[in-house]
Design a protein around this ligand. Structure first.
Ligand SMILES: Cc1cc2nc3c(=O)[nH]c(=O)nc-3n(C[C@H](O)[C@H](O)[C@H](O)COP(=O)(O)OP(=O)(O)OC[C@H]3O[C@@H](n4cnc5c(N)ncnc54)[C@H](O)[C@@H]3O)c2cc1C
Length: 405
């Protein structure tokens, strides 16, 4: 009883920390959500919500899914395009309408989602959200976790029943726990730029999500609710190279290579970032648990990073309710979480994201032609296309993860 009165401390108010906090606070479990920044960050990151994530978010009620569907763009198909031949493999998500209530990818900026989720959190008396509160370190004993946080007025200690690290790839919780994060960093960096130019008017039958292969320069073109985004690979070797890749001149040249319109493109955001494939060696240590980017990161092709993190968040939230409301012991449930989310789901995400990148970047023309042919044959055969979509929409991965005992 005394344990349930201590809050669950959640470090990091990204999409994963936000859904976890919302799920627990809705069940009157006290949560203390700590966010390092003075306000919710607004940056161009994830923009695709897959069907299982939408189903889980719908469970939260409070009009959240309705607001998301209202704001977002429904991509009910997506395409693999061969830039040289002009061939298009068109995957119709209507083929999985019998498998999910949301047979589409919802294109919505991640920061819009955290904003909507946090608006709901403000309405719940069991939730306390603190900005300018950075988790630095922690100590734990048999019944609680004592976290040290940095605030503008100095260091402070807060005590909780559990600490959940959802602070993203550089997680202070993971580092302080000494949990390894092995994997690799790709040689290339990804350049993401946004523009309001209406690509849908110049490319024939363009869908809202397009993976474009090319032996010289593959790219991803996708539309969010507001803008088109284009992602290109780059190979900087120095900070001068990075500055060049971020220059107007380089970005204009890349966009004109994509479509040679008259005059300059208007360019909104531009980001150059390193891409990693890494998994934490364990997802928990005693009463301290990791979720989201804090314990797995991957390339963004296929949009599985944030989605996998949301699936962690819901899985862990359900287990915390069993621990804090039904008196179950935490250790076996955290071990189960580790088996379900680390050993199985992450293997899936790592394999698929690496494969998604390989699908586009082949330099040998014959390899690329064969891949395009395989994708077009798959898309044209409803049974094979459905199987492909169940994998890529993360439906199989969630089903398999739920089946792990
Ligand atoms: C350019 C780009 C495009 C992407 N596209 C996609 C996509 O299309 N689909 C997809 O699924 N994924 C995508 N991803 C990955 C996705 O953005 C991440 O997987 C997702 O943000 C992870 O959410 P999170 O809540 O775990 O962590 P984050 O979103 O990183 O949130 C962590 C939060 O913790 C806060 N914080 C950090 N340190 C501390 C601390 N010590 N104490 C307190 N707070 C702290 C941060 O300020 C932040 O608010 C993309 C990533 C990038 C960079």
């Amino acid at each position: 009883m005394a344990q349930a009165e201590l809050p669950v401390i959640i470090a990091g108010s990204g999409p994963v920390g936000s859904v976890l906090a919302l799920y627990l606070a809705q069940r009157e479990i006290p949560v203390l959500l700590l966010e390092r920044e003075p306000a919710l960050p607004i940056d161009l990151r994830a923009s695709t919500f897959h069907p299982p994530s939408l189903e889980m978010i719908a469970e939260l009620g409070m009009g959240l899914i309705e607001d998301m569907l209202d704001k977002g763009l429904k991509a009910d198909r997506y395409q693999y395009r061969d830039r040289r031949s002009g061939e298009v493999a068109n995957f119709d998500m209507g083929l999985i309408a019998g498998d999910t209530s949301y047979p589409f990818r919802l294109q919505l900026e991640q920061y819009e989602f955290t904003r909507l989720a946090n608006q709901r959190l403000q309405q719940l008396p069991s939730a306390q959200v603190r900005f300018n509160a950075e988790l630095e370190s922690f100590e734990q004993d048999d019944n609680s976790v004592h976290a040290t946080i940095k605030t503008p007025s100095g260091s402070e200690q807060v005590t909780g029943a559990f600490l959940i690290g959802t602070e993203g790839a550089r997680s202070a919780t993971r580092k302080h726990a000494g949990i390894g994060f092995s994997g690799f960093t790709y040689d290339e960096q990804f350049l993401v730029v946004s523009t309001s130019f209406p690509f849908e008017e110049v490319f024939d039958d363009l869908s809202w999500v397009n993976y474009v292969s090319d032996p010289e320069e593959w790219c991803v073109i996708l539309r969010t609710e507001k803008i088109w985004r284009v992602l290109f690979p780059t190979f900087p070797e120095s900070s001068e190279d990075e500055a060049r890749y971020l220059s107007d001149e380089f970005i204009q040249a890349r966009l004109h290579h994509l479509y040679d319109k008259a005059g300059d493109y208007d360019i909104g955001h531009r980001t150059l970032y390193k891409v990693n494939q890494r998994v934490a060696e364990t997802y928990y240590q005693g009463r301290v648990v990791l979720a989201g980017d804090a314990c797995h990161i991957n390339n963004p092709l296929g949009g599985m990073g944030m989605n996998g993190g949301l699936h962690d968040g819901f899985n862990l939230a359900r287990k915390l309710v069993r621990i804090l409301r039904e008196g179950e012991s935490h250790q076996p449930l955290f071990e189960h979480y580790n088996r379900q989310r680390r050993d199985l789901a992450v293997k899936f995400v790592q394999e698929h994201t690496i494969a998604n990148k390989k699908l586009m970047e082949a330099r040998e023309q014959d390899v690329q032609q064969q891949r395009q042919k395989m994708l077009m044959e798959t898309a044209a055969d409803p049974e094979r296309a459905r199987a492909f979509l169940l994998e890529r929409a993360m439906i199989n991965c969630v089903r398999d993860s739920e089946a792990v005992i």
